[in-house]
Design a protein. Sequence first.
Length: 233
Amino acid sequence: MLFWPMFDPIYYLFALPALILGLYAQYKVRAAYQRYRRVANMSGLTGYEAAQRLLVSNGLSHVEIRETQGELSDHYDPRTKSLFLSPGVARSASVSALGIVAHEVGHALQDQQGYVPLKLRAGLVPVVQLGSWLGPIIFLAGMVLPIKNLSLIGLLLFSGTLVFALITLPVELNASNRAIEMLGRSGLIALNEEKGVRAVLSAAALTYVAAAAQAISTILYYIFLLGGSRRRD
């Protein structure tokens, strides 16, 4: 009998380690963010003010700063050349705010310099959005319909999520390295504040590792199902 993954106990044999890692990563991000959100930065600048200064000093004055809703929803949009900051970051003069803002400015700098992994990731977005929901449907349809290689097509479509996750890792790590370098060069953080910035950025990076692990576990589960189906055939 064929189950959707969430209803198949075997699925959790593959997915449980990645799910645990994902939960741990989310815990680490929130713990680091909340801890250093309570630590005022030496410069006394809010996230919004720090973003303005970093953008100007890096030749990115054309990038617009906007506020977005939610917590830890901060991001840079290369399509509109806009930096979106959550209220907790934009209005806070904390060590957490500096690290998050500098990281997003790092993405803006990647965009300006034509950083290849960022371009690849942006190009993959529509493909991954389609494959992430259509791939599993096609895969499971292929398990019950007598259409040759239909499941394999579904698997290949879904595999785009892993490619996206693997490309995301160097993009995010590079942005974090740029953030540390920018903050140090601009004098916005003291030496004893760098530890806090690194803690926030390292915790965020773990979430991308968890995303890759989750994609791998799902792909392995589908390969397991596909192998079992072919043996029965």
